[in-house]
Design a protein around this ligand. Structure first.
Ligand SMILES: [Zn+2]
Length: 126
């Protein structure tokens, strides 16, 4: 049995997802603060397919918005959160977790990790 995942490990998982070719990121103008993620599930395997995240590049909080969207994908992929909870509950879980990880990344001790996220998000949006 492995140990429970900590923040740094969860961020590593999310970064892996961000850099995965199976996740398409596109730029779009979004009226609200957060991004948008959509996906389908394979009818036979139930795997997530056609994963697309839309981020507004004008949004100053791009990293936090990206982490929020990646959490939706990650928690659906690994924990079927979209089957376990209604949309408002899923949103509350993801919002709380994204805020927590955002605070962690903004801790001065984690500055280099934060900058690696800024670079990764910029690269995917380029
Ligand atoms: Zn959301």
């Amino acid at each position: 049995m492995s140990r429970p995942m900590n923040r740094r490990q969860l961020l590593e998982e999310l970064k892996r997802l961000l850099n995965s070719p199976s996740v398409a990121v596109r730029k779009g103008r979004l009226r609200r603060e957060h991004g948008l993620s959509v996906y389908d599930r394979d009818k036979n395997t139930n795997e997530l397919i056609d994963i697309k995240i839309t981020i507004d590049p004008r949004n100053a909080a791009k990293v936090t918005v990206m982490i929020h969207e990646l959490l939706h994908i990650y928690l659906a992929q690994k924990h079927n959160i979209d089957f376990l909870f209604s949309t408002p509950i899923e949103e509350a879980i993801v919002t709380g977790l994204a805020e927590d990880l955002g605070e962690y990344l903004h801790n001065p001790e984690n500055e280099s990790l934060f900058h690696s996220w800024v670079r990764a998000v910029e690269a995917k949006l380029a």
